[in-house]
Design a protein around this ligand. Sequence first.
Ligand code: NAD
Length: 311
Amino acid sequence: MPKIAIIGAGDVGTTIAYTLQISGLATKIVLIDINQKLVQGQVMDMNHGLFFVPPVHLAAGDYSDCSGADVIIITAGARQKTGESRMALVERNATICRSIVDEIRPYNSVAVLLIVTNPVDVMTQVVIKHSGLPRFQVVGSGTVLDSARFRYFISQHCHVDARNVHAYVIGEHGDSEVIFWSQVRIAGTPLKEFFKQSAYACDPIDKESVTEAIKDSAYHIIEAKGATNYGVSLAVRRIVEAIIRDENSVLTVSILLNGEYGLDDICLSVPCIINRKGIKSIVETALEQSEENALKKSAEIIRDTYIKVAR
Ligand code: NAD
C-alpha cells in the first residue's frame, strides 16, 4: 500500500502529485503546505479527476500524515526568479528544509526522504546532517532531470528513441554540472562509432551547443513561463517508481559521497542504484581526466555554498 507525502504544494509539488496520481504507483498521496487554502484547492481540483485514474486516496494534510509514508518528497521553498541561480536560494531554503525535518521527525524516521528543493545538492546535505538519517535514506533528485535532458537532445539529433540512449549528467544540479560525454552509448555503441555506422548518417553532434542547452534549460524555461515543473515532476515520478517497486535502477541522484570518486563529505549526483531502501549503492564509473577535474570543481562549488549554511 504505497503512501507518498509531498511537502510543498507549489508548481513543483502539485505537478509531482498529479504525475503520481495518474501513474497508479501510490494508493495514498498527501500534500502538505503552509498555505492551507492553496493546498486544499489543489487537492480538490485533482480529486475531481479521480474517476479517470487508478484508485488513489489524495488528501491535503499536516505533518502527522507523514506517518506510514514510504517516501516523503520535499519541494517546499523559494524558487529561482528569471536569471537567478539555484545557489542564490541557499539561505532561505536551508532554514525551510531544517524546519521541515523537525516537523517530520516525530512521525516518521523510516521513509526515504527525496529532496527536490534547490539548490538540491546543498539541501540534500542539510537534510542528512540535520536529520541524522543514514546517507542512503536521503536522496536528492539531483541530475536525473539533467540526464533526461541530455538523452532528449541526443535522441533528437540522432533520431533514436531517448529510451535507447544511455547518457548521464553528474555533479551539481546547476551551473557546474558535468556532461558525461565519454559514457554516451546508443544501443551499446559509443557516439563516435554511431556516427560512422549510422545508415542515415547524421552529422556528428555539436557537443558545445548541447552542453550549453542542457545547462541553460532551466533559465530558458523560467524566462518563458516563470517556473519549471513538468520535466522535474516526471523525473521525480521515475525516482519514486524505482523506490516503490524496489527496482535496483541506475539513476543519477544526489548522494552524500564518502570517498567515492575521490570526494568526501559532499552531496552531488553520480550514477546510483535505487531500490526500496533509497540508495542501494554507488556505481563508480571510469571518468576521463577532464571529467574528473570538472567533477572536482563542481564539488568545490557546492562545498563553497554549503559552508554558508552548515552547522
Ligand atoms: P512555488 O513557489 O510554486 O512553491 C513553493 C511552495 O512551498 C509554496 O506553496 C509555499 O507555500 C511552500 N512552502 C514554503 N515554506 C514552506 C514550509 N516551511 N512548509 C511547507 N510548505 C512551505 O515553487 P516551485 O516552483 O514549486 O519550486 C519549489 C522548489 O523546487 C524550489 O526550490 C525550486 O527551485 C525547486 N525546483 C527543483 C528542481 C529540481 O530539479 N531539483 C526543479 C524545479 C524546481
